[in-house]
Write a protein that binds this ligand. Structure first.
Ligand code: DGL
Length: 271
């Protein structure tokens, strides 16, 4: 039993897809979220910049003495996971391995679609991990750089013509490739799930990498005897690196609970 918090980070709102699932399946845990809203998006940046930002994100979360850190970000998980793990004594979880396990279990045909940020697709990390688990799998991958800014601006509702148009343009070649599974390789994308699901059609399973990672973390803490036991729900805190702005409203809408009073600003450049 270990009541220390779990730290979770992303460049912005996307990691809330992991946070929401963590809060659902591990209600008694203390959860601390950091969204680097002052520097989002990460996905178009160089590996050096992404790694530098991620080091600061990890250093900030370490100031809470966490028992685990969750990189709820496909971009950081595919670009900087190894270096962060080498440098940090706290266990660090990324989204790739859990997502790829889920995709390997879902696919019947071995034809898998992958969407992510430019940095994620450039890294080839999901493809490498999938071909280790499912040799011969064919991955149809596509970078979707406009999706993160749309989500960060609260534009992810079905019926929004701009969103529908952008999603269709990115996903057309993946749908035409006849995949039966689509990995939403960026944690922002599950907010677009209804739009993506309706474009891809019923026969295509969608893998939510943040939610998969949350289940992986829960299993791992359980196996190590590190789950917190307390009466009632653990504390939740949210930090952002820009003026809190739209974050409290968007986060509350997505999480289904009012988190406005729990959002604080942090100067991430000080870490
Ligand atoms: N949510 C992120 C990811 O999973 C980051 C997106 C970005 O900042 O570009 O890749």
């Amino acid at each position: 039993m270990d009541t220390r918090p779990i730290g979770v980070f992303d460049s912005g709102l996307g990691g809330l897809t992991a946070m929401r699932e963590l809060a659902r399946i591990l209600p008694e845990e203390e959860l601390i979220y950091f969204g680097d809203t002052g520097r989002v998006p990460y996905g178009g940046r160089s590996p050096e910049t992404i790694t530098r930002y991620a080091r600061q994100d990890v250093a900030f979360l370490r100031s809470f003495d966490p028992k685990a850190i969750v990189i709820a970000c496909g971009t950081v998980s595919t670009t900087a996971l190894e270096v962060l793990r080498r440098e940090c004594p706290v266990p660090i979880y990324g989204v790739v391995e859990p997502a790829v396990q889920a995709a390997a279990q879902c696919t019947r045909t071995g034809r898998v679609g992958l969407i992510g940020t430019k940095a994620t697709i450039r890294s080839g990390a999901y493809e490498r991990a999938l071909s280790a688990l499912r040799p011969g799998a064919q991955v149809e991958a596509r970078a979707c750089p406009l999706l993160v800014p749309l989500v960060e601006n609260g534009r992810y509702q079905p019926g929004d013509p701009v969103v529908e148009r952008v999603v269709a343009e990115y996903l057309q070649p993946i749908r035409e490739a006849g995949v039966d599974t689509l990995v939403l390789g960026c944690t922002h994308y599950p907010l677009l799930k209804p739009v993506i699901a309706s474009y891809m059609g019923e026969g295509v399973a969608l893998v939510d990498v943040g939610a998969q990672c949350a289940h992986w973390v829960a299993r791992s803490l359980e196996e190590q005897g590190l789950r917190a036991r307390r009466d009632g729900e653990g504390p939740r805190r949210y930090f952002v690196s820009d003026a809190t702005g739209d974050f409290p409203a968007l986060a509350s809408a997505f999480l289904g609970v009012d988190v406005a009073g729990a959002v604080e600003w942090v100067d991430i450049t000080a870490y």
